[in-house]
Design a protein around this ligand. Sequence first.
Ligand SMILES: [Zn+2]
Ligand SMILES: [Zn+2]
Length: 445
Amino acid sequence: MKSALLIDDDPIVRKVLSKALSTAGWTIHESKDGEEGIQAALQHHPTAVICDLLMPRCNGFQVCRALRERAGELTGLKIIVTTSRGFATDRLNAFESGADHYLVKPVLAEEILKLLEGTASTTAGLPHSAAPPNPAAQLPVGNLLRFWGVRGSIPTPGPNTVFYGGNTTCVELRADNQLIILDSGSGIRLLGQQLVEEFKERSLELTLLLTHTHWDHIQGFPFFAPAYIANNQVRIIGYEGYRKGLENTLAVQMESSYFPIGLRQLPSNISFIEQREMAFHVGPIRARAIFANHPSVCVGYRLDTSTGSVAFLPDHESYSRMRLHARAGGHQGQETFDYCRAEDQKLVEFLRDVDVLVLDSQYDETEYQTHVGWGHSCYEDSVGTALAAGAKRLFLFHHDPGHDDARISRMVGHAREMVASHQSKMVVEAAREGLTVALAKAGTV
Ligand SMILES: [Zn+2]
Ligand SMILES: [Zn+2]
């Protein structure tokens, strides 16, 4: 005996479908909301459930999941989800919840009958699979570093941040025919627009290096236009985070509760490399990573290109200064300080003689007192680290959301005095959006 359960809060929809299916020989049960529908399914054991997506008390996703959890009692059940909305992400979520078919209203009774009788081609399955790689991908040229987002923690647009910029972390590096993006904070949106404009119909191959997955370093990725173009290849490299894998962490911020398009729905070829080694190559560029002193798993990168070296540590707190403050907890004995000094020295060696150093300088010494253990440095420590390493050029980075342009300029002024007092030729600047640095040792373009 073939029977169908219609779950829909719209009585007209139920009436129309009920009549058509009855005429075709189906026994019909009806429910006006999801909760009632689940009970009816368990009572009547229908052959098929035709269920609206958005209903009072219990939505269609929940109905699908509840019925699939009782698969033992409801063997062979076919579930058709109907909806007045055609969003791709709803469709994906419906299939993941257990739907066999997904129809956008108005649905015709004949269409439902075809699905029920098994004569229609199936609509199940995940929409979209990534396009095949385009072997003719166009590689970028140039030897430069460009800042697209320099702010830490949260975007801070407004009249007081116009000069240095309010977007969160994103830096572009072009060298040795490679396009590398360092972190995907909100600044990556404008970079993406620029790349689409520049490359137009040509496909693009790029590498996104993630230092970590705190929100200010990944929040711009859903707005990265090249990820929406089928022939582009986006390779994402990072280290496994605190609890979830790299890919999963990026996917979570694009779940339908937070964003209308899922990560796996993006048309470009996106691949993930969860890096385990601390040294690897991006094309011919030697890349090295070092773990930063920052909550969760966070690294800094050093990239040695044929036209100069770049180091990028957007989030890092001095080990020694952190332990000097008793509130940071832990043992405070001499061996602790020796250990911290040794850890700081490891970073200095990692940065040895680097040409361009982009370093966390969120606070000043006074502010740091109330931010011990937050995972960020004061610029006085950044300058000290850069001088010790013999860096040629230092960019203060990860500006505090509470710092306006004037405040950052004052920090730069003092940082330069520090450098001068050490008789060093190191150049110090604060990173600002739009600033381009030539890697051929020719200075700012
Ligand atoms: Zn950050
Ligand atoms: Zn962070």
